[in-house]
Design a protein around this ligand. Structure first.
Ligand SMILES: Cc1cc2nc3c(=O)[nH]c(=O)nc-3n(C[C@H](O)[C@H](O)[C@H](O)COP(=O)(O)O)c2cc1C
Length: 217
């Protein structure tokens, strides 16, 4: 039996209410999490938050697949199989062993957090629907998820990598070939302090037009 199956759900630690700006400012991508699975209600809240993202023409193009327990092993196996399918047959025993190691490492990636949510966009096809807007709506949904997770005291990180762009992984999640798999949000309870990050001040990437030169208005 896999170790993670035995881990009990825990109630989330009570967190003080957090304002939106504070949540935006203090959210960090946190990959290091503890093995306990957060309760389903917390994950439901995170996915609900995603569905309130803005979306042009109300197409609601997002799709979510929420993995825990054994389902993550199946995802890991699918990622390893996709990786193996993309490489030439190993020439000798040493190459075979290296390939096996690489595939095992890839499979283990699915187990980095107790909950993994795959997020995809199935673009609505229509005369007035612009595909990039479907994708950007999906990205907004993911940011909502990250902020909701943070506000609930959970650690989260949005990961992509080769599996996001692999048709076999799309198929694994039951998506159509036209879908965009935007990535995977790994969720759990934080294990340690969040990483520190820096940002370029907004003023360096912003031009203000039609405002007083002295910045007073
Ligand atoms: C589209 C997208 C894909 C990402 N993919 C990965 C990834 O594959 N692995 C990873 O460690 N972080 C990934 N990240 C998270 C970024 O590394 C992270 O947002 C960045 O380092 C800034 O850190 P912060 O989110 O804590 O501010 C991704 C973020 C985005 C928006």
């Amino acid at each position: 039996m896999a170790i993670d199956v035995e881990i009990q759900e825990r109630a989330p630690a009570p967190v003080p209410a957090m304002g939106v700006l504070e949540a935006i400012r203090t959210r960090r991508s946190v990959g290091k999490v503890r093995p306990e699975r957060p309760p389903r209600e917390a994950i439901v809240a995170v996915v609900e938050a995603a569905t309130w993202a803005p979306n042009h023409r109300l197409t609601e193009p997002w799709r979510f697949v929420v993995l825990a327990g054994e389902a993550r092993h199946a995802f890991g196996a699918a990622m390893a199989a996709a990786q193996a399918a993309g490489r030439p047959a190993p020439a000798d025993e040493a190459a075979k062993a290296a390939a096996r190691d690489a595939d095992a490492k890839t499979a283990a990636k699915a187990l980095r957090a107790p909950v993994v949510i795959a997020i995809a966009v199935e673009p609505v096809v229509g005369p007035k629907v612009v595909e990039i807007e479907e994708v950007t709506a999906g990205a907004a949904a993911i940011q909502n998820m990250l902020l909701a997770a943070h506000a609930l005291g959970l650690a989260a990180i949005w990961r992509t990598g080769a599996p996001s762009y692999d048709p076999a992984i799309k198929a694994f999640f039951g998506l159509t070939p036209g879908a965009h798999l935007l990535g995977f949000v790994y969720l759990g309870y934080p294990d340690g302090a969040p990483p520190e990050r820096e940002r370029t001040p907004a003023e360096r990437v912003t031009r203000w037009l039609g405002w007083d030169a002295d910045g007073s208005d």
